[in-house]
Design a protein around this ligand. Structure first.
Ligand SMILES: [Zn+2]
Length: 105
């Protein structure tokens, strides 16, 4: 699976979409979208963290190097640190499910 390297559209082309903050609707806000794949960028404060952050988290867990490598490989294949379509809360759910798949934590 090849992931898009995302490039935002110009300010004039932004799309007005519902914006939520703390689970509450805050009306419409202009969102940039990717000119290649059309993914709308997540502009909420619930931002995806880079993969490196989760690699550091993994390093603190009692798992083997092989398990760690398998987990990272799977996360990469899922487009885990895609800042456009992932939120931090979505990342945490994916991270835990992949962790459970490879380890008995
Ligand atoms: Zn894209």
């Amino acid at each position: 699976m090849i992931h898009c390297r995302h490039e935002s559209c110009g300010a004039a082309e932004k799309v007005w979409l519902p914006y939520e903050f703390d689970g509450r609707s805050k009306g419409l806000k202009p969102h940039p979208y990717c000119i290649h794949c059309g993914a709308v960028k997540n502009i909420s404060p619930d931002r995806a963290k880079p993969l490196g952050y989760y690699v550091n988290e993994l390093a603190k867990k009692p798992i083997t190097k092989v398990q760690m490598r398998l987990i990272i490989k799977e996360l990469e294949a899922l487009g885990f640190d895609d800042a456009y379509s992932m939120t931090m809360s979505a990342q945490e759910k994916v991270f835990i499910s992949v962790l459970k798949k490879y380890c008995k934590i």
